[in-house]
Design a protein around this ligand. Structure first.
Ligand code: PHB
Length: 240
């Protein structure tokens, strides 16, 4: 039963936030009657909700339960004031991401209304080898995980995504040395991602990034991100 409920919940993605019960059944590969019953029960518990058009979406109650006391919330709370400072200074997009099941999962994104292109979504994911945040998370990840990711087929997201394992190994080593990455065009040709690691008690737990227009200068963003990461680290050190 639990497995079927999870399958139902997992049919919702960052890009597919509302669905009919019939669509859920097909995507969860469940018999229609089973899916309709599970959807009905989850709506009864507030885990799913129906919108005005009768389509189904994830419920506020699920959001509430998921955030309560989660490590992601603690990290987001520590990071947010410092992300706001980066955002006020750079005026593009500022993101916070964690490593989740071999992908970068984005906990927060702040964007200026006039900022350039950015495909990052809150609660959305990007590949580790392609995004600036992912590259930082991969650079400081457990070596076993790093080699496992590099041994897999590395799909290009744009024409400029680095997909050669040896080239990536060299890039990851340079990220560990320099403490930041500048990834021009790796996700979209029009953008450059810049990211730094965020540590909690010495261990890298997140990546802080900005997404800039491709030709934008990167010196000030690197400086803003590095000092924000240090401030987040100091605040996390004081939190329990
Ligand atoms: C990045 O992190 O490198 C990145 C993310 C989203 C974009 C562009 C670049 O749209």
């Amino acid at each position: 039963m639990t497995e079927r409920i999870v399958r139902v919940l997992e049919t919702f993605t960052a890009d597919r936030t509302t669905q009919s019960a019939t669509e859920i059944a097909r995507r969860a590969e469940l018999p229609s009657s089973t899916a309709h019953r599970i959807v009905g029960e989850l709506i009864g518990q507030g885990i799913l909700e129906r919108d005005d058009e009768g389509r189904v979406r994830l419920g506020m109650r699920l959001w509430e339960l998921a955030l309560r006391g989660s490590s992601a919330l603690r990290l987001r709370q520590a990071a947010l004031p410092h992300m706001e400072r980066v955002q006020a200074r750079i005026r593009e997009h500022t993101q916070l991401a964690v490593l989740e099941n071999e992908e970068a999962l984005f906990l927060e994104r702040l964007s200026d209304p006039t900022a350039g292109a950015n495909i990052t979504r809150i609660a959305g994911r990007l590949p580790l080898h392609a995004s600036s945040s992912g590259l930082v998370l991969l650079a400081f990840a457990d070596p076993d995980l790093r080699e496992r990711v590099l041994a897999q087929p590395l799909r290009p997201v744009s024409a400029e995504t680095v997909t050669d394992a040896d080239a990536l190994r060299a890039l990851l080593a340079s990220i560990r040395r320099r403490g930041h990455v500048v990834a021009p065009g790796s996700i979209e040709s029009v953008s450059t991602g810049v990211a730094v690691p965020v540590r909690d008690h010495g261990e890298v737990v997140a990546a802080l990034s900005v997404v800039l227009p491709r030709q934008a200068p990167t010196t000030e963003p690197i400086e803003a991100l590095t000092s924000a990461a240090a401030a987040i680290e100091a605040d996390l050190g004081r939190m329990h």
